[in-house]
Design a protein around this ligand. Structure first.
Ligand SMILES: [Fe+2]
Length: 289
């Protein structure tokens, strides 16, 4: 077996060919996938045929599965959620339709996410990822030194409500989203700059969906600086874009990326299955001083 790893863009994303991720992942292949994840932050596999059991098994090879609050799991698969929009659900917002890092509001957010495309429209519903190391490294020294010492608050409560939308723009009814979950609604503090435990690199760890404000500051006071950082973090040169096909799999590192799903597929059914792996409290630079 020879794995072929091809970068997709300048600073993020790579496609891995030459492996069946259900039957073909021996220890050596697993080590290569892990090192590609560290190097490229998000990796993609094409033409996989996964049952939900297979998706859970592959995900569990990468780390302990994490059951997340906020979305009901698939019947019989407590670790899998369905990311679904039906063809007749037009003109709605979608799950993940703004830049974010998955469930960053948890005390220990998921390290990795695995997403498998079961039934997706051709050429629509792409996902973009952005490299939050590059976002941090692109800032001036003075700005980085300030951010190194700051913390920000995250909450699941604001999802879809931060910028109220017209009624017709509700989130897809096919998503089994639970409201009022205390674990999701609590505001939690994380460092703005996070040190990745494996690469040792520093990454911005804020996002427009779940970050409410800086710790010790109000929302209105925080917004201008947060918006400046989001504009920097989503510069096209820091991103990659992936076109899903049935059988595509993406694995990404939530500790050093954000992602966004593009809502351009009204009239088409789109179904993916998702697991989350690992749970780590984000660690900043000055926590041990
Ligand atoms: Fe997401």
């Amino acid at each position: 077996m020879s794995l072929i790893i091809t970068p997709l863009a300048a600073v993020i994303g790579a496609e891995i060919e030459g492996i069946d991720i259900v039957s073909g992942v021996d220890d050596k292949a697993l080590a290569r996938i892990r090192s590609a994840l560290i190097e490229y932050q998000v990796v993609f596999f094409r033409d996989q045929k996964l049952s939900l059991d297979g998706l859970e098994e592959f995900s569990a090879r990468l780390g302990p599965l994490l059951r997340v609050p906020y979305v009901e799991p698939v019947d019989g698969h407590q670790n899998v959620i369905a990311v679904l929009k039906e063809a007749d659900e037009a003109q709605i917002s979608i799950f993940g339709g703004e830049w974010h890092s998955d469930f960053s509001y948890l005390e220990s957010p998921p390290s990795l996410t695995v997403l498998y495309a079961e039934d997706v429209p051709d050429g629509r519903g792409d996902t973009l990822w952005t490299n939050m190391y590059a976002a941090y490294e692109g800032l001036s020294d003075g700005f980085r030194r300030k951010l190194d010492r700051m913390r920000a608050m995250h909450s699941g409560h604001i999802y879809g409500a931060k910028r109220p939308r017209p009624t017709r723009l509700k989130t897809s009814q096919s998503m089994k989203i639970r409201r009022g979950n205390p674990e999701a609604d609590e505001e939690r503090s994380h460092p703005v700059v996070r040190v990745h435990p494996e690469s040792g690199r520093r990454a911005l760890f804020i996002n427009p969906i779940y970050t409410t404000r800086f710790e010790g500051m109000g929302e209105n006071e925080s917004s201008p600086l947060l918006d400046t950082l989001y504009a920097e973090a989503t510069r096209p040169e820091y991103t990659c874009r992936f076109e899903w096909r049935d059988g595509s799999v993406a694995v990404w590192d939530n500790r050093c990326t954000m992602h966004i799903a593009i809502n351009d597929y009204d009239g088409f059914r789109r179904l993916l299955y998702r697991t989350t792996v690992g749970a780590e409290r984000p660690v900043g630079l000055h926590e041990n001083e």
